[in-house]
Design a protein around this ligand. Structure first.
Ligand code: DAU
Length: 334
């Protein structure tokens, strides 16, 4: 079997590639990645030596690059390639529309033309929008509210439309907030941990009482693998951690673990425009196929903080250059 993974140099993508090479000895992996700011070769350091791994640099929006990556054929495509940061989508939405919608379309066309047996679209729980109470099921209407989540909903719905219209064998996963090793340090947990290690303040948006459902990256990657192998084409599967926390709870945990204090190191700043207050997904459907998250949050978060402490050589270069420009644009005026 040969699988094409797109965006395999990103956070969840690279964790997925490692998982597959480790646990599926019969699978070869082709990784198509555009190497944007978040696609980091260091995320797969050492993997190049594996004879079952091939890297192709290219953009999913470019049909020629997709063709090259597919080569003589693949048995499945798993699409991780995406612009993923809500705050960046507020500053500059266009890249999101391009990659998350148009890029998904280019891949779907390739699946159709080449008769590829499975296409898995990695989507997000943000497509459901703010959930005041209860939790979102796969059949719920989508109410995306940021340029990011609207772009992801576009890709997600295109995939499902291809199944309806052309019987393309698509699967969609809608994952919740993911944390763990190799996450680019612009997202809440790695940004806060690395700021705290550096004895800097952490910027909490608004009152910090927004709720997210946190899942460890290995559990998310396993949920995607499980869906790819056991899901029913044309179906959506929620992949959540079942671990809701307010941002303030997360912040307190990180501040304390890093030996800093809430009084000196937490700065409440202007809220994110259109900030969704709460997400919550019902994962009974994927659990019914035998998947469940294995890492308790208390364990995963301690391991994650320890990983960032032990891997300064990985994140320090990322918090320079382009990142500093972004940080200024994002936080200086708040
Ligand atoms: O729910 C799944 C989604 O989770 C994924 O689809 C996205 O790709 C991923 O980025 C994440 O989206 P969020 O917007 O929830 O993640 P982020 O880490 O940016 O923010 C988490 C929460 O923390 C959110 O309520 C905003 C808040 N926050 C974030 C940052 C970066 C702050 O208070 N301060 C910050 O500096």
């Amino acid at each position: 079997m040969r699988w094409l993974v797109t965006g395999g140099l990103g956070f969840i993508g690279s964790n997925f590639v490692r998982l597959v090479l480790r646990e599926r000895p019969g699978v070869e992996v082709v990784n198509l990645d555009a190497m944007t700011y978040a696609g980091n070769p260091a995320n797969l350091a050492g993997v190049e030596e594996d004879g079952r791994y091939r890297f192709v640099k290219g953009d999913i929006c470019d049909p020629a690059a997709v063709k090259e990556a597919i080569g003589n054929g693949v048995d499945a495509i798993v699409n991780f390639a995406a612009e993923t940061h809500v705050d960046r989508s507020i500053l500059d939405p266009e890249a999101f529309l391009r990659t998350d919608i148009l890029g998904t379309h280019v891949l779907l066309e390739a699946v159709r033309e080449r008769g590829i047996a499975r296409f898995l679209q990695v989507s997000t729980d943000e497509v459901y929008g703010h959930v005041a109470e209860g939790d979102s099921s796969e059949t719920d209407a989508l109410h995306p509210r940021s340029p990011y989540s609207a772009s992801k909903a576009g890709g997600d719905l295109q995939a499902l439309a291809y199944h309806t219209t052309f019987a393309t064998p698509v699967l969609v996963t809608r994952g919740s907030n993911t944390y763990g090793p190799y996450q680019y340090p612009e997202k809440l947990i790695p940004l806060f941990v690395t700021n705290l290690i550096d004895d800097r303040e952490v910027p909490v948006y608004g009152d910090g009482l927004q709720i997210r459902d946190w899942i460890y990256v290995d559990d998310h990657a396993r949920g995607i693998l499980h869906t790819l192998e056991r899901g029913e084409p044309g179906n959506v599967y929620n992949v959540g951690g079942g671990n809701p926390r307010t941002n303030m709870e997360i912040t307190r945990l990180l501040v304390e673990d890093c030996g800093r204090s809430m009084e000196t190191h937490v700065k409440h700043v202007a809220d994110r425009p259109g900030h969704d207050r709460r997400y919550s997904v019902n994962c009974a459907k994927l659990r019914g196929l035998g998947w469940q998250p294995l890492t308790p949050f208390e364990e995963g978060i301690v391991a994650t903080i320890a990983w960032y402490r032990a891997n300064e050589a990985w994140w320090r270069p990322l918090k320079s250059g382009e990142f500093l420009e972004y940080y200024k644009r994002q936080y200086a005026h708040r």
